[in-house]
Design a binder for this molecule. Structure first.
Ligand code: HEM
Length: 450
């Protein structure tokens, strides 16, 4: 097929010579991407970084083709390349055969049996966090959820390997790395080389994480113990072809990546779920009734989770309305056909889950938070909370388990009340998260008692 016979891909209006669409993106990136869906067809071209052209895929069927059918032949694109530069080569940044091998090595840490073992840590960390919230005081909910997700991840990976001091240091350093990556994936590379305090802080924290993980690996290998934590599982994993274990350096990169891929995302969904529950007493009451019925006063365990059907619908609806992904990228390696189009090698591709999940053509009345839309168990084509194809989230089960366990533990203990009239808006950095989300913490009994 000659290129001339192909339908042209429209360019989004408003691109400036040097800046591309930077102004629109800086002003309101989510609004800009949502406007593309309203004004253009299945594919539209935008300029994210000067000199690069990115084709945004807007049609759900084409998004699926890109992720599933073309998945094995595409590179991961700019966003992930940047993560690789910052954190090292990992399952998130790898493509092709290299990715398949890495993914198999990590899989042992995410089996259903492994997840079942992590639930107690998830519940205990949540209970400890809630215990520390002062009743009657205002809580920065997103901040608290980022802290909680980080604690859960670090305890899951290192529960048997790190002492309390090393744990606290690692958690602090990872927190610096996480926010640093969020900022850096959006900025031109030269900004990282400036002698700014933020750059020095980032480099120091990343090196400190590598040193701490390195020490933990050496100690665990020398002891020969299986402590039952994720680090033990990663140390035991062997490459199917070569029979070799992960090196210390590879384990460091994978753990840094898991912390970045798995904590801000889970924390944002948790925050939005708490916000929606706080604003909708009728939904919260149904959640509490289900928890009373299923748990009968006990703490939540892994076996209870499948029976929390309504809470699962609340989580699913939160993943729809408040998805954390604003631009997931890929790149063509060779000339590639996508639907009716043929894209040259080196074309950057992207899709936006946040926009797709709010598409009125896929979800009637999309801005309404309605857990009952998931009553019949169906899943529309454009609903991709954890992606699809070979790069589908490896932590999906981990995340759902953490979301259900944490929510079940939090809502039974405290009631969070939002400030009247204050609407919380989404902010898109590396992920889409709530802007400032402040709520007052009240003990559940005092609310029940009026
Ligand atoms: C609600 C929370 C989460 C959401 C919404 C989410 C979403 C996603 C999505 C959409 C992808 C696919 C990206 C792509 O197509 O390139 C992905 C990949 C990934 N996620 Fe998650 N994720 C979450 C939690 C987690 C957790 C808890 C972990 C680990 C502890 C994790 C680790 C990963 C990894 C390693 C990948 C890359 C997989 C691969 O390329 O093979 N995620 N996630």
């Amino acid at each position: 097929m000659t290129l001339a016979a192909l339908p042209p891909i429209p360019r989004a209006s408003g691109s400036l010579p040097v800046l591309g669409h930077a102004l629109q993106l800086l002003r309101d990136n989510l609004g800009f991407i949502a406007s593309l869906r309203a004004n253009y067809g299945p594919l539209v071209e935008i300029t994210l970084q000067p000199g690069t052209r990115t084709v945004v895929v807007q049609d759900p069927a084409l998004v699926r083709t890109m992720l599933v059918d073309l998945g094995p032949s595409l590179d991961k694109g700019r966003f992930f390349e940047k993560m690789g530069q910052l954190l090292g080569d990992s399952v998130v940044t790898a493509a092709g055969r290299h990715h398949v091998r890495k993914r198999r090595l990590l899989q042992s840490a995410f089996t259903p049996d492994a997840i079942a073992r992590y639930v107690d840590t998830m519940r205990e960390e949540t209970a400890a966090a809630v215990g520390g919230w002062r009743r009657g005081r205002v809580l920065d909910v997103h901040r608290a959820m980022v802290g909680l997700s980080l604690d859960v991840l670090v305890k899951t990976v290192f529960s048997g390997t790190l002492d309390e001091t090393a744990f606290r240091r690692l958690r602090r350093d990872l927190s610096v790395v996480m926010s640093g990556v969020g900022v850096r994936v959006m900025l031109p590379d030269w900004v990282e080389r400036l002698p700014l305090p933020a750059n020095r802080r980032f480099d120091r924290a990343r090196d400190a994480v590598r040193a701490t993980v390195g020490r933990a690996v050496t100690r665990l290998r020398a002891s020969g113990h299986d402590t039952g934590d994720m680090l033990s599982l990663l140390l035991r994993a062997r490459d199917e072809d070569s029979g070799r274990p992960l090196t210390e350096d590879q384990i460091c990169s994978e753990i840094l990546t898991l912390a970045v891929a798995g904590t801000e995302t889970t924390a944002s969904v948790l925050s939005w779920a708490l916000y929606e529950l706080a604003r909708r007493p009728e939904v919260e009451d149904r959640v509490l009734a289900e928890l009373a019925d299923v748990l009968d006063g006990r703490e939540v365990t892994f076996e209870d989770l499948p029976r929390l059907r309504y809470l699962t619908r609340v989580v699913t609806e939160t993943l729809r309305l408040h998805h954390t992904g604003w631009l997931v990228t890929r790149r063509t390696v060779t000339e590639t056909r996508l639907g009716r189009w043929v894209l040259p090698a080196g074309t950057e591709l992207a899709y936006c889950q946040h926009a797709l999940h709010r598409d009125p053509g896929l979800f009637p009345d999309p801005l309404r938070f309605d857990p009952d839309r998931w009553d019949d168990g169906s899943s529309p084509a454009g609903f991709l909370p954890f992606g699809a194809g070979k790069h589908k989230c490896i932590g999906d089960r981990f995340a759902l388990t953490e979301l259900l366990t944490a929510l079940a533990t939090i809502v039974r203990e405290v009631r969070l009340t939002p400030f009247p009239g204050r609407v919380v808006t989404p902010v898109a950095g590396a992920t889409v998260r709530p802007g400032r989300l402040l709520m007052t913490v009240r003990a559940r009994e005092s609310v029940a008692g009026g």
